[in-house]
Design a protein around this ligand. Structure first.
Ligand SMILES: *Cc1c(COP(=O)(O)O)cnc(C)c1O
Length: 374
C-alpha cells in the first residue's frame, strides 16, 4: 500500500493507553480478573447513565448475551431493522428466534419506526433498535409501542457512544443495551463490547452468561449454557484511557462531518448525511454518501474510483432480508424494503477516523468532486 493511502479509519491512541497497559504488565494483571475491567464498566455505565455495565469480548458477543439474558428462544420473534450488521440477526437466530425486519428511512438510514406496529404478532417478544451511522432511532414511538404491547427493547448503541436522543444518552433507553469497542467505534479496546441495563437480575444473568454460567455453589455444575465472553484487563485498560477522551472524540467526529458537508455541498449528485433531526445532532460515526438515482454510478464504482486515488471506503450494510446465510436457514422476509436495497447499491462511506488530517480530508473531497461532477 503506498504511503499516501488514506484508510477509512485509523484510531487515535495518544492518551493514557500506553501508561495503563504498562500498569497491567507491571502488576501482572492481564486476564479478566484485573482491576481495569470493573473500572471501565463503572465509568462507561456512569457516562451513559445506567446502573450496570458488563464488559464482554466484542459487540457481537454483547448482542448474544443480551438476547440470552432476555430469554428469547425458539418461537419468539424480534423486530429489527433490515439495514444493520449481521451480528443483530445472528444473536436472534442462534437463540432459536426469528428475525422480523423493517425498512429504513431514506434520510437518516435508521429503522422506520412507523413500520414496526404492523409487524407485531402474538409471537413478538422484543424490538431491537440499532442507531445507524451517527443519528439515533426515533426512540419515543418505539418505547410507546413496547409499552403498549409488553415488548422488551434491545438497544444496539455500538455506533452511538456519546450520541444523545432528546438530550439523553443513547444506550440508556433499552431494557438492555449493547456497545462495541472495535477500533472504528468512539471508544476502542481493540476488540471489546459491553452490555448495560438498570435491572439488577438482568445484570446478574449477563455476568453469568459471559462467564460460562459457572455455578456459585457447585462451580462446575451448569444450569444453563453460557460463553467465555470475558474482556481482559489489557483491553479494559485501553478502554479507560479512551473514555477519558470521549468528549473530544465526539467533537472531532462532528468537526470532520460538518467539514465534509461544507466542502461537498456543491455536489448535487450525492445525498449527504442529515446534520440535525428535531431529536438529535449527528455525531457522524461515519460519513456516508448515497449516490442519487439520476447519477449512473453504483457504490462499487465509486469505491473503485476512490481506490485508484488511494482513498479507502466501505460499502453500506447489505440488508438482512437479502442475506444468503439467513435465506439458507429458511427465513423468508416478505414485504418491500426498497430504501435499504437502494442505499446498499448506492451508498458508501469515506475516511473519517480520528487520525484523519485536514489535508487528507481535502484530498478526499477533491476526489469526490472530480468523480461526481454532474
Ligand atoms: C460494530 C457493530 C457491532 C459488532 O461489534 P463487534 O465488536 O465488531 O462484534 C454490532 N452492532 C453494530 C451496530 C455495530 O456497528
Amino acid at each position: 500500500m503506498s504511503n499516501d493511502f488514506i484508510p477509512v479509519n485509523e484510531p487515535f491512541l495518544g492518551g493514557n493507553e500506553k501508561k495503563y497497559l504498562n500498569e497491567c504488565i507491571d502488576t501482572g494483571w492481564i486476564s479478566s480478573e484485573g482491576p481495569f475491567v470493573g473500572r471501565f464498566e463503572e465509568q462507561l455505565a456512569k457516562r451513559i447513565g445506567r446502573k450496570y455495565g458488563i464488559a464482554v469480548a466484542n459487540g457481537s458477543a454483547a448482542l448474544d448475551v443480551a438476547i440470552a439474558a432476555l430469554r428469547i428462544r425458539a418461537g419468539d420473534e424480534v423486530i429489527l431493522p433490515t439495514f444493520t450488521i449481521i451480528s443483530c440477526a445472528t444473536a436472534i437466530v442462534r437463540a432459536g428466534g426469528t428475525p422480523v425486519v423493517v425498512d429504513c428511512e431514506p434520510d437518516t438510514w435508521n429503522m422506520d419506526v412507523n413500520q414496526i406496529e404492523a409487524k407485531i404478532t402474538k409471537k413478538t417478544k422484543a424490538i431491537m433498535v440499532v442507531h445507524i451511522y451517527g443519528l439515533p432511532v426515533d426512540m419515543d414511538p418505539v418505547l410507546a409501542l413496547a409499552k403498549k404491547y409488553g415488548l422488551k427493547v434491545i438497544e444496539d448503541a455500538a455506533q452511538a457512544i456519546g450520541l444523545t436522543y432528546k438530550g439523553k444518552e443513547c444506550g440508556s433507553f433499552g431494557d438492555i443495551s449493547t456497545f462495541s469497542f472495535y477500533p472504528n467505534k468512539h471508544v476502542t479496546t481493540g476488540e471489546g463490547g459491553m452490555v448495560m441495563t438498570d435491572d439488577k437480575d438482568l445484570a446478574e444473568r449477563c455476568r453469568s452468561l459471559r462467564n460460562l454460567c459457572f455455578n456459585n455453589n457447585k462451580r462446575f455444575v451448569h444450569e444453563e449454557l453460557g460463553w467465555n465472553y470475558r474482556m481482559t484487563n489489557l483491553q479494559a485498560a485501553i478502554g479507560v484511557a479512551q473514555l477519558e477522551r470521549l468528549d473530544m472524540t465526539i467533537q472531532r467526529k462532528r468537526e470532520i462531518g460538518i467539514r465534509y458537508s461544507e466542502l461537498l455541498c456543491g455536489i448535487g449528485t450525492v445525498q449527504m448525511p442529515v446534520k440535525n433531526k428535531p431529536y438529535a445532532d449527528n455525531i457522524y460515526w461515519v460519513y456516508g454518501l448515497v449516490i442519487k438515482s439520476e447519477f449512473q454510478m453504483e457504490a462499487s464504482g465509486a469505491a473503485l474510483e476512490l481506490s485508484k486515488r488511494n482513498i479507502g471506503t466501505r460499502p453500506f450494510f447489505y440488508p438482512m432480508h437479502q442475506q444468503p446465510a439467513l435465506k439458507n436457514l429458511g427465513f423468508n422476509f416478505s414485504g418491500e424494503y426498497s430504501v435499504s436495497e437502494n442505499i446498499y447499491k448506492k451508498g458508501f462511506y469515506v475516511p473519517s477516523g480520528l487520525a484523519l488530517t485536514d489535508e487528507q480530508q481535502t484530498r478526499v473531497c477533491e476526489s469526490l468532486i472530480d468523480i461526481f461532477r454532474a
